[in-house]
Design a protein around this ligand. Sequence first.
Ligand code: NAD
Length: 264
Amino acid sequence: SGGLMSGKRGLVMGVANNRSIAWGIAKAAHAQGAKLALTYQGEPLRKRVEPLAADLDAAIVGHCDVTDPATIDAVFAETERQLGGLDFLVHAIAFSDKNELDGRYVDTTAENFSKTMLISCYSFTAVAQRAEKLMSEGGSMLTLTYYGAEKWMPHYNVMGVAKAALEASVRYLAADLGPKNIRVNAISAGPIKTLAASGIGDFRYILKWNELNAPLRRTVTIDEVGDAGMYLLSDLGRAVTGEVHHVDAGYHIVGMKNPDAPDL
Ligand code: NAD
């Protein structure tokens, strides 16, 4: 077909269910003609991801827990075997202990700080190392971040610190991989009700606040994040790297509460 992504092979990491942002991106890439491979984290999610992969005619390249490097190596070996190489990579993975996504950042433990940074920040670099080897003709890598990296947000806490480091790593990876024509970008998505988001305290309030105060007066969907992702993953974005692109109904430009919004 003549889609934006036709002839491109991509690995999408982070589909947990049909509400995942990674799923929105996978659907958009498939609609634009991409050939996809998906990973899953653990047996319980395998049963959810398998039928989704079948919907997109996508390969399943196995279990990946980014805290276990052997599983990262295994899914990249299987990706090479099944797709022969890679043109794009989507990383939509984050984790922090739920009891630290509430209350105060100052109470963060060293143990959860390290775990959050490993899973939510370092893992993008870990997969970029493997993906680089499969992108012999250049490529595009994309991760997901949130405005809590740039500004304080209630309850986001250690995840905000990890996302700030993730956004910095996008810039360092872009510089390292640019000479190989591999681009590295992030989408900063507005809040969406997903499995990961359900761990964040008072998430309904955050959604409502965005709906009332974003310039477009609404929140965003995984399909809208997916469509915006096509610009960064396809050749339309061929001159764009090291960028953090906001897909948030404009919320990031707002400096003050909308005076017409009702009190929450
Ligand atoms: P989700 O729960 O659907 O996806 C999170 C994924 O991370 C899951 O597939 C899970 O299996 C995976 N994961 C967690 N720990 C892992 C590990 N150790 N190894 C491998 N995979 C692991 O939720 P989502 O909201 O779609 O999250 C995807 C990304 O989008 C995350 O980086 C998240 O921070 C980011 N994001 C989400 C929002 C939002 O409001 N939902 C907003 C901006 C950015």
